[in-house]
Every structure is written in C-alpha cells, then in structure tokens.
Design a protein around this ligand. Structure first.
Ligand SMILES: *Cc1c(COP(=O)(O)O)cnc(C)c1O
Length: 393
C-alpha cells in the first residue's frame, strides 16, 4: 500500500478535487504546473535560499534531556518554533508565493481563522511586494486582534466575512468567491494540507523540508536517519505532513498524530476529527470531517485556535483509515499542563497546538532506548495570555 498521493490526486479513497465548475480553470492551472515549476532547479535554489536566509533553516533538532529523563526515553524536539514568524506555516507560504510569481500572478488572497496563516501570508507578500487580501470571519477579527494588527502592519488588507457563523468557513467561502471572480491575476494561498488536489500534495511537499532535515540531523546525532516514532499535532495536518513525509513508506518508523479533544472527545466540544468524523467533502476534498446526521458540518472546539478545525487533510484521513499512523486525542487540560511542563523542564514555551503532542507521554509509555521526534510546530508567545489566564500566573 502507498501512503502518498496517487496520479489522480487521492490518498487511498481520500482527496480529489470536488469544486464548483467556476473554479475549474484555476485549479487546473495549478494542477498542470505545480510539479513542473517546483521541481525546476531554479525554483529549488530560490526556495532553499529563502528558507535558509529568511526563515532561518535548518531548524535545530534538539535533544531534550530533562524531558527525556522524566519519561525515561529519548526525546528530540524539531524546533519549528524558531522559524521566522514563529511556526512551520512560513515554509508553505514561501513556497506558494514563489509558485504564484512563476505563474505570473500579482495578487494574493488567503483565508485565516486564528490569524497565524494570515500573518505568514502577509509576511511573504511584503517580502515579494505583492498585493495581499486576507479574508477573516468578523468574530475571529475581534478574537484575534494582535494577529489582525500584525497583518495590517505588514501591509495586508483584512476583509471581514460577515455571513453565517462569521468564522473560518465563512472566510473560506469569501476567498473562493474572490478567486472565481479573479482567476487570471490571483493566487489563493491555502494554509494547510487541505483543499482540492493539488493543494494537499503541494503543501506537503513544501513542508517536507522538516523530515528531510530530521533525517540528516538524526543521522549526525544517533547514526541513523530513522527515529522509532515521529509525533505531530494535527489541525489541518500540514506540520504533521511535513514531519512524516520522508517516513511515510518506511513502516519501521511509527507515526503518531495528535488531535485536540477539547473538553473531552464526547463532550460535544472537541476537534477530534478522526475519531468523530465521517467521510464527507469539505473545502473541495473528500476526507474525514465532523458532521451531523444530515451532513451539516459540526462547529469544532479546542483551546488552541490552530487545531480548531472540523476536518483533517486527506493524507491524514488515509493514515488513520489504513492504520499507518496512530491517532491520539488530548484534552485542553492535558495540553495546558504539558505546555507548562516543557516551559519549566526545558526553557521552551510551546504553542498550545504543540502542547497537545507533548501530552502523549502521560498516556503512552515508550522504551528507554526509543528515539522519539516531536515536531515542535510553534512558539507560545501568541498564547501567553491563554496560559496566564489558565494557570492564574
Ligand atoms: C496552524 C498551526 C498548527 C495546525 O496546523 P497544521 O496544518 O495541522 O500544522 C499547529 N501548530 C501551530 C503552531 C500552528 O500555528
């Protein structure tokens, strides 16, 4: 069995491009060109150079000694939190803006929920001098004021989505509408391994630099390119896709995907998509998503804005269905405690998304000589107020 995408744009039974007729030309242009462009040596050269000089890659692979001692196993942290803008998302936005330039686009649109992808997009638009429009639900604009300020500071225009629940899915609808109306000069930067083919594969390839670096860094430190486990949190699934990518077909390496259980998997306030989800279509791809019996998408909940998504990308739906990855669900409370623990054991304040991955050690026991790589997807600066309120610090 293959765990990567096939020629038709499917991971097993998941993926594809379920799009309105009006979007067909845009998606087809991308599909026909993305591999040709991104595999061209001049593209790779510019991408690698920017990842090095602008983002600060390679991100370190750090052996977390005190954390390892506590859980009696060997834990490495892949430090995506040290990237420019504080998370892995910029790996993808750099890749997509270079692609957009080569397709002759002059205008960038994106949608954002918590604002992290909006900031990563506004950043690369400033870098390249491109017009940037970010759609964001009206409620999210109010909830995420610091990220709205960052986007404006970077020169982006933030457009409120005022329909429906005024959150992420309404922003997505607005962005789609914009793209249908501006198919020639505009590229839509999608922020995770979601959306119609070729987006999931394209984003996974841009994020694959993470596992490429893990291979060489681990080889230097442990004399092997293969850890026993790779662990990553999953919202849409892009940081996990990047950390898993070069290990997908190598079943010696076990993969653990960590979802947000919110207030408990069956509490009605959760984002544990793989456990609760059923097959359906969201954002143009067939995948697992949380829905009611009559197919309405269920509002997800998590304390971490980045995991608060009702679906997972099609790669992860396939990894779940095939059993290639183990899926674990971590509650708000468990994640917060694990975030505080990492801060005080290692001097690293993680994003709350990432804290979910760190909480698995309370649920699963590893052998003393197991090598575990945790993808530390982002830094916790953006979440400080949440931590402070939660622990009454
Ligand atoms: C956005 C975000 C995530 C979730 O997105 P994925 O596409 O699942 O990676 C996880 N961690 C951080 C720090 C984020 O900003």
């Amino acid at each position: 069995m293959s765990y990567n995408i096939n020629e038709k744009g499917y991971y097993g039974e998941f993926g594809g491009a379920y799009i309105p007729e009006m979007l067909y030309p845009n998606i087809e242009e991308l599909r026909l060109n993305y591999l040709k462009i991104t595999e061209d040596p001049s593209f790779k050269k510019e991408f690698d150079q920017l990842l090095k000089d602008y983002v600060g890659r390679p991100s370190p692979l750090y052996y977390a000694k005190r954390l390892s001692d506590k859980y009696n196993t060997k834990i490495y942290l892949k430090r995506e939190d040290l990237n420019h803008t504080g998370a892995h998302k910029v790996n993808n936005t750099i890749g997509q803006i270079l692609l957009a330039q080569r397709l002759g686009k002059t205008r960038i649109i994106a949608e954002t929920g918590a604002g992290q992808h909006g900031v990563a997009t506004a950043t690369v638009c400033a870098l390249m001098g491109m017009e940037c429009i970010v759609y964001m639900g009206e409620i999210d604009i109010a909830r995420q004021a610091p990220n709205v300020a960052r986007m404006k500071m970077l020169g982006a225009k933030v457009v409120p989505a005022t329909s429906g629940s005024k959150t992420l899915k309404d922003a997505t609808n607005e962005a789609m509408r914009d793209w249908i109306n501006n198919p020639v000069d505009t590229h839509y930067i999608v922020g995770s391994v979601v959306g119609p083919h070729p987006y999931p594969d394209m984003v996974a390839r841009f994020q694959a630099v993470v596992s490429e670096e893990i291979q060489s860094q681990l080889s230097e430190k442990e004399g092997t390119t293969k850890p026993d486990y790779v662990v990553a949190c999953v919202g849409g699934g892009s940081n996990a896709a990047g950390a898993f990518y070069h290990y997908l077909e190598d079943t010696d390496v076990k993969l653990i995907a960590v979802e947000a259980a919110g207030k408990g998997i069956h509490s009605g306030e959760s984002a544990a998509t793989s456990v609760l989800g059923r097959e359906g279509i969201i954002h143009g791809s067939k995948t697992l998503l949380m829905q009611t019996d009559d197919g309405q998408i269920t509002e997800p909940y998590s304390i971490s804005a980045g995991l608060d998504y009702p679906g997972v990308g099609p790669m992860h739906a396939h990894l779940y269905k095939s059993g290639r990855a183990q899926f674990m669900s971590i509650t708000d409370d468990e994640a917060m405690v694990a975030g505080l623990e990492l801060s005080q054991l290692e001097g690293i304040i993680p994003a709350i998304e990432t804290s979910h991955s760190l909480a698995i050690f309370e649920h699963k026991t590893f052998n003393p000589d197991d090598i575990i790589v945790i993808n530390l997807s982002g830094r916790g600066d953006k979440d400080l107020q949440n931590y402070i309120d939660y622990f009454k610090l």
